[in-house]
Design a protein around this ligand. Structure first.
Ligand SMILES: [Fe+2]
Length: 187
């Protein structure tokens, strides 16, 4: 896209392109997280957000159309870094613990997406492109709603994991046989 930005408008369009790359990266990550998840309810959450992400990508294309600009993808190293971090951790955990890991990775990604949209919406409003702000706001609301669902699932699973760990810890420890006390001089 641009090698050097001379106007705030250029930066705004560059960041809109970043949002587009971010959502495409998110789609790939959601696919991987769905595969790694163990519980069906967690898989369903990722499936639900995959549908939403498809709509969000469509909304971003519409934003570009409203700005009479060709949709372009700007680099998004942050989303690639978040995906790399998640995959690295997933490779180190037992599959029985994968759900907590993918959920936390998803929450971190969604928070980043929220930050990107919040800024873009303010800039769109300031530029007087209300249609763009509205489309971006639709995406923002879906991200925030998904964070709520991911957090609720995380809480339930964290409790299950903690209870399972407590059960393991509560299993009877091997008894140590204490020899009887023998007063000095008794043997
Ligand atoms: Fe998202």
């Amino acid at each position: 896209m641009f090698e050097h930005f001379n106007t705030a408008e250029e930066i705004f369009r560059f960041k809109l392109g970043l949002a587009l790359t971010m959502e495409h990266d998110s789609q790939e990550l959601l696919h991987d997280m769905r595969k790694a998840a163990m519980r069906s309810e967690v898989k369903e959450l990722f499936q639900e957000h995959t549908h939403e992400t498809r709509q969000q990508i469509e909304n971003l294309h519409q934003c570009f159309a409203l700005l009479s600009t060709e949709a372009g993808r700007s680099p998004s190293p942050t989303t690639k870094g978040l995906a790399k971090e998640l995959k690295s951790l997933l490779g180190k955990v037992d599959s029985s613990l994968a759900d907590g890991v993918v959920l936390s990775g998803a929450i971190e990604t969604e928070h980043y997406e929220v930050a990107v949209y919040e800024t873009l919406i303010l800039q769109a409003k300031a530029r007087g492109v209300a249609g763009v702000a509205e489309l971006l706001n639709q995406n923002l609301l879906q991200e925030k709603s998904m964070i709520g669902k991911l957090l609720a699932a995380t809480e339930a699973i964290a409790r299950e994991d903690a209870a399972a760990q407590a059960d393991t810890a509560a299993s009877p420890a091997p008894e140590i046989e204490v020899p009887p006390y023998l007063p000095p001089g008794s043997i």
